[in-house]
Structure formats: C-alpha cells, structure tokens
Design a protein around this ligand. Structure first.
Ligand code: HEM
Length: 327
C-alpha cells in the first residue's frame, strides 16, 4: 500500500513537472544585469546611442517600442524580426511588419556594442533595452530589463502573418492570444497602453471608417465625430498617410490613449475591444479616474513579462555579430 502510494505520488510529481516546465521555462536564464561582468557598460551604451537617436529622430520611439513586441510575439523574443532573407521570406517581409521602422537604429546600437564588447550582447536583448529607452524618452518610468536572451537563426514570413495580432481582433481572441504567451488580461490592457505613442497608417483602421460590414458603412462603436475627423485625413484605400494614435500627445507616454478609448475614440477594433471586458474596462476606468496611478509602473512590469516570451538562453542559439544576419 505504502509502495503504491509512493508510486502515485512520484507519478504525480513527474506529471506536475511535465506540465509546469514549459511555464517555468518562460524567461528562465534571464536576469537583470546579465552583462554586468561580460560587458559592464552595455546598458549605458544603449542609453547613449538611443539618446543621440531620440534627439534627432524622436518619431522613432513608437516604431522601436513596437519592434520588441513584434519580435516577442513571433517565435519569442529572439531577434527573428531583425533577420533579412535573400528571398524576402523573413518576418520583416510580412505585411504587418512593413510599417516597422528603426532597423538602422538597432544596427547603430549593435555597432557600438560590438566595438566595446565583441560578440557579447544579443540582438534580442538590444530590442528589449531599446524598448525601455523609448518609454523613458517619451516620459514613461524606467524599469529593470532582464537580459541574457540569445538570438535565434530562423525567421519565417508566414509565422509573422499568423502570429501578429491584427487590429481587427476582438476581446476574446486578444485575451486568448495573450494567454497562450503567458500574458494576463491585465498585461493586455497595460501593454495596449503602448499606443499612447506613435502613429498608424490609415489602412490599419480604414475598414472602421468606410467598410465595416462590407456595405460601405462605418463602425457604430466608433465615435461619429471622430469618424468624420479621421475621414478628412484618410481617404478610402489610402496606404500611405499616417495619423497620430493619441492626437496631441503622440510623443508623450501618458494615459490619454485610455481616455480616448473610453470616449469611443480608440483607433483600432482591438483598442475599442478593451471596453468589452469587465477587467480591462475596470483598469481603464481606474487609470483615468486616478490620473494613471499605477499605469506607469504596470507598464514596466508587463514589458518585463512580455520580454520573457519564448526566449532562448544558455548556450542555445547565438549572439549575432550583425543583427540582420545569422553568424
Ligand atoms: C494588443 C494587440 C495589438 C494590436 C492589434 C496592435 C496593432 C497595431 C497597429 C495596427 C499599429 C499601426 C501600424 C501602422 O499602421 O503603422 C500599431 C502601432 C503601434 N503599436 Fe500596437 N498593437 C498591439 C499591441 C501593442 C503592444 C503590446 C505594443 C507595445 C507594448 C504596441 C506598440 C505600438 C506602437 C508604439 C505603435 C506605433 C508605431 C509607430 O509609431 O510606427 N502595440 N499597433
């Protein structure tokens, strides 16, 4: 009896391990200050280069923050978004990534790091560190970034098409897409707050203005005055015009985007969708009511969690010498 009890507890333990390991592996091997011994100035170098970039091209803050998100949601945070393909078949070549900008900034940071500590700092970590600098440069709070990611050497166009979340996504799918990456409903609403900075192409939301149900109609959940304003800027089929997602404070990290969502002026269906869930709506309401009492800190916490998705650590993968090419 004792023996079979033991057998069953062992089995239970093994099963628990089997199911828990993937969860535990999320972010395993990362730590704050990973480069402290191998490249002590790594984070200072990123900060310095980003300071220079932000002073001449502040509009890169949005794209560079978004780049880390697009890296993490496809194959994990392992730098695959940066890889070039001779046949144009890498993630970069997928439609949702056409609007990414700032690859040269990543190269510039990498060059500075390679000069100081050759072969040490991964491109995946550079993306995470650069993202923090964009938050800081726009008035957000600093947070400790875990490092120690290694770079993957695979980048597939179709994976970006399948894994990047379209702006037309409803709340049920948004929650599921975040959950399968270990991110909570709170992370969803907090990270969507990243839309407080940056711009969007008209084409990312013009269905809501001109053809919501295929009958030439507008999205009834979008404020009609806002629709009229957006229509002035975005003509049907416009593929090039950019609009500020958080008009008037596009380069300031603040809670105004939550305010817009509450006023039914969130640009994407995926933003408006945050009103369709009691938890995300309660978060929006609270931040608006309290002037963003916790949003700034929450953002750092959720960014760290996002930065753990599917990382490669230890001796797996590589540290690329040039971020757009495998070694
Ligand atoms: C929740 C799902 C999300 C969806 C569906 C989504 C969708 C989009 C879309 C369609 C654009 C406009 C692209 C364009 O037309 O140029 C955009 C821009 C942006 N997104 Fe998101 N996004 C999501 C989550 C996030 C997250 C988690 C972050 C970062 C934490 C983020 C940061 C940004 C930023 C900063 C921009 C502005 C980029 C620029 O200025 O070029 N987004 N997003």
């Amino acid at each position: 009896m004792a023996c079979s009890k033991l057998f069953f507890s062992c089995l239970l333990l093994q099963l628990t391990f089997l199911f828990l390991v993937p969860e535990v592996a999320h972010g395993q091997g990362l730590k704050v200050g990973f480069y402290q011994k191998t490249c002590p100035n790594a984070e200072a170098i990123v900060k310095e280069v980003m300071g220079q970039v932000m002073s001449v091209a502040p509009s890169l803050s949005g794209p560079l923050l978004r780049m880390h998100f697009h890296d993490c949601f496809v194959r994990g945070c392992e730098g695959s978004v940066l890889l070039n393909s001779p046949t144009n078949q890498s993630e970069k070549n997928a439609i949702p990534n056409f609007s990414l900008r700032g690859f040269q900034t990543i190269d510039r940071v990498k060059t500075a790091l390679e000069k100081a500590c050759p072969g040490i700092v991964s491109c995946a970590d550079i993306l995470a560190l650069v993202a923090r600098e964009t938050v800081l440069a726009t008035g957000g709070l600093s947070y400790d970034v875990e490092t120690g990611r290694r770079d993957g050497n695979v980048s597939i166009l179709n994976e970006a098409l399948n894994d990047l979340i379209p702006p037309t996504t409803n709340i049920t799918i948004l929650k599921a897409d975040f959950a399968k990456r270990g991110l909570s409903v709170k992370d969803l609403v907090v990270l969507s707050g990243g839309h407080t900075i940056g711009t969007s192409h008209c084409s990312s939301f013009s269905d809501r203005l001109y053809n919501f149900t295929g009958k030439g109609d507008a999205d009834p959940t979008l404020d009609s005055k806002y629709i009229a304003r957006l229509k002035l800027r975005c003509k049907p089929n416009d593929q090039t015009t950019l609009v500020e997602m958080d008009p008037g404070s596009v380069r300031t990290f603040d809670i105004k985007y939550f305010d817009l969502i509450q006023k039914r002026r969130g640009l994407f269906t995926s933003d408006s969708a945050l009103l369709d869930d009691s938890e995300t709506k309660a978060y929006l309401d609270l931040q608006i009511k309290t002037g963003g009492s916790t949003f700034f800190e929450d953002f750092g916490v959720s960014m760290v969690k996002m930065g753990r998705i599917g990382v490669i650590t230890g001796t797996a993968g590589e540290v690329r010498k040039v971020c757009s090419k495998v070694n």
